[in-house]
Write a new protein. Sequence first.
Length: 174
Amino acid sequence: MKSPLFDQLKTITTFIFDVDGVLTDGAVFVADNGDRFRQFNIKDGYALQLAVKCGYYVAAISGANAEGSRKRLNDLGIQDVFIGCKDKVAIFNDYLADHNIDPKTVLFMGDDIPDLKVMQLVGLPVCPADAVEEIKAISTYISSIAGGKGCARDVIEKVMKIQAKWMNAEAYSW
């Protein structure tokens, strides 16, 4: 018997991720000159660029104003990177309207309170293993993997396998 999650994964056309705590582990390294650095997981990066190549909409919505994050995601082929967002719901609604996306076909992965309202609007709210309890409580799926450690890869791979798009030879190369 197939689970309701299986049915939801089959309908996903769009992946939207928070950055800090989801695509990174939430740590911010600060150099003596004040420059800030975040660490991204290479396996997440592979899955993100593969999703783009396979025709999914992929976006990031972050409250942090981190140009380095935008650069990393742009390098993976993700053009829709919204940083310094004070109102994630407004950005989310505009993004969906601009691309004519049904919110029921969106997977949003968040980890903390600023993600709560937008996660309540999507078809498939998901979170990393180390998300805060309020986010876990509203998530349909909780990855067994922590933020910044491959949780984005986990959900992208699940969707793509169910939709028979994982291991698509045409999209393998970086």
